[in-house]
Write a protein that binds this ligand. Sequence first.
Ligand SMILES: [Zn+2]
Ligand SMILES: [Zn+2]
Length: 208
Amino acid sequence: MDFLNNLFGKKHPVATTSNKEIPAVIFNPITSEAVVKAGTLLFKCPTCSNKVSVTMRQIDPIIGVSVVCTRCKNISHVPGIYKTEPKPAGMSITGSIRVPITKFPNLYFEHPLIQSLIKSGQSDLLFDYGLWAFCGACYHQFPARVLWAFSIADRAGGFVFNAQTPDSARDMNALRDGHCSHCQHQNLIVVVTEIPDYVRNVIASKSK
Ligand SMILES: [Zn+2]
Ligand SMILES: [Zn+2]
């Protein structure tokens, strides 16, 4: 019977829709404790409270910047508005959550911010802003479009992804196999944030 198992026993695993291990509500940790000193933004790591620094020059006024904490190795996203306003009202610096690659599709569909974008038909905005995921070991960044396709494919149990580049095809295949495309590590560091109006306006003007 071994040859039969070899022939038929290696089916691609079918995606399960059970979310029992995922908490009901997923939130990224946030902080708004930040100061600017001598051209450098200093803020409290939302995960471990370590002091993290990034030069103001490195902050893009629209996209912002993602910064690695040297102590806990997590990644925080600083919104672009921090470049001009060190204490922007209602805007926080967002920390990351670590998730096994195999569980990422659950996070995608369960995260309240992504859920509300899907419900209002705006999840395409995430291709440009609001969803960042990196390998937990080598920090390779996975494009949001690939993360979306991976999540849909996982839920559907199969899905044809028209990769736009060989790199995104390689990323997609690696995610489907549960590891990083660059180092075989199996966890992602994920940041999900709200999309500020000044970013929405830029995305809207680009697509006209
Ligand atoms: Zn930290
Ligand atoms: Zn990696």
